[in-house]
Design a protein around this ligand. Structure first.
Ligand SMILES: C[S@@+](CC[C@H](N)C(=O)[O-])C[C@H]1O[C@@H](n2cnc3c(N)ncnc32)[C@H](O)[C@@H]1O
Ligand code: SF4
Ligand code: SF4
Length: 373
């Protein structure tokens, strides 16, 4: 069954514009509201300008309910609840989670971890939510408060306590899910806390600690890593990676972070010159639904890439509509195309690693024919 689905996905790429099955994974932004104001946050940083109306938006449950069913029928495998706010501030978040799990879809949720009371934790574990990524961005109370203006040490303690609760609930029920991944976006404020971030992950029984360089939006340049930070990291990482060998939780510190440091351009999180070496396949394996129902093909493209809207159309009609087909065709061509202005393909493609994995997994005879047209 799965191999048939994969074949259909690759057949779409070979066709060049149509899709013969639904996307593998769909990211749904259910809520723009957030109770935190993390300094580095792309959307809610107190150092950026905000539109208060935008900040109140939530995706209508009735629209979402039908779309989840439709996505299941289209063969979608995974839903990611993340977006531009805190998913657990959606008034019906547990109904959303129940619906997704009742359709046996894989569910990954990205959260700040501050809302996990006993009831939520026990239901998340019971329902078999597959993965929780919790953005902590700190290893100590001081570090947390430094990067979350307006918060107190107590807020950090609540998040840590909630991570403990999750671990305990999993142990009590004898299950491995949800996999818990602590996410740390690194900037100059928290770069010296990496060892404490790892200790925290150990204490709360996290499955993985994921580090990435913080994306620096205009307005928070003062959070960029300094030359001294870079020197510190270059010294720290090799020994830290060695000392973590075979230990849990796993970290991605042995990945390409050191190489990225040499580029001086960290927030793209992949190396220069790679994105345009392979076609962009995102139009076959991924879609994102924004909080107002707009469907976009990629996390980096601006409003000009609206493919349709689930408040007015069925997802399947958007997915194989003219706009989507044009996007797919062009994404197999040059990323220098003015069509991609506003996508940042060659500077900050967030799907580079998935595109590379897709390219690498294509059946050999197919991959010979999959190249930029
Ligand atoms: C906007 S948040 C929304 C979900 C949830 N509120 C949270 O913080 O996890 C989605 C993801 O963006 C990440 N994020 C936000 N601003 C970032 C930045 N400037 N650089 C890197 N990651 C960032 C968060 O760590 C999280 O993984
Ligand atoms: S919790 Fe998430 S959405 Fe809220 S401010 Fe922090 S990073 Fe942004
Ligand atoms: S940023 Fe460009 S190359 Fe990357 S996934 Fe989006 S459209 Fe494709």
């Amino acid at each position: 069954m799965e191999s048939l689905r994969r074949l259909r996905v690759f057949s779409g790429a070979l066709h060049g514009s149509r899709a013969f099955t639904g996307p593998t994974s769909v990211m749904i932004d259910i809520c723009n509201r957030c109770n935190f104001r993390c300094s580095l946050c792309w959307y809610h940083s107190p150092f950026l300008e905000h539109d208060d109306e935008w900040r109140k938006k939530v995706l209508d449950f009735d629209v979402l309910e039908g779309t989840i069913d439709e996505l299941t029928d289209l063969g979608v495998q995974e839903i990611q609840l993340t977006g531009e706010g805190e998913p657990f501030m959606h008034p019906r978040v547990m109904d959303v989670i129940r619906r997704i799990k009742s359709r046996r879809l894989r569910l990954q949720i990205t959260s700040n971890g501050s809302f996990f009371d006993d009831g939520i934790v026990s239901e998340i574990v019971d329902l078999g939510v597959d993965e929780l990524s919790i953005s902590v961005w700190a290893g100590t109370e001081e570090g947390f408060v430094g990067l979350h203006p307006g918060s107190s040490a107590k807020t950090f303690d609540v998040v840590v306590e909630n991570l403990h609760k999750l671990h305990q609930a999993k142990r009590q029920q004898g299950v491995d899910l949800p996999k818990t991944r602590i996410v740390n976006a690194i900037c100059t404020t928290n770069v010296r806390e990496i060892p404490e971030m790892i200790e925290l992950g150990e204490r709360v029984g996290a499955d993985e600690i994921y580090f990435r360089f913080g994306g620096i939006t205009p307005g928070v340049e003062f959070l960029s890593l300094t030359e001294e930070d870079v020197r510190y990291l270059k010294e720290l990482l090799p020994s830290l990676v060695k000392s973590r060998e075979g230990k849990r939780p796993e970290t991605n510190l042995g990945g390409n972070m050191l190489d990225l440091l040499d580029t001086g351009d960290f927030d793209r999180n992949y190396l220069h010159g790679l994105a345009d070496q392979i076609p962009c396949y995102v139009g076959w394996y991924f879609a994102r639904i924004l909080v107002d129902g707009t469907v976009v093909p990629c996390c980096a493209c601006d409003d000009s890439k609206e493919m349709g809207n689930i408040s007015r159309q069925r997802f399947r009609d958007v997915w194989n509509g003219e706009r989507y087909q044009e996007f797919r065709k062009r994404a197999m061509g040059s990323l220098d195309d003015p069509y991609f202005e506003g996508c940042g393909c060659l500077s900050t493609c967030p799907h580079y690693h998935s595109n590379a994995a897709f390219h690498g997994r294509a059946p050999v005879r197919m991959s010979n024919r999959l190249r930029r047209r």
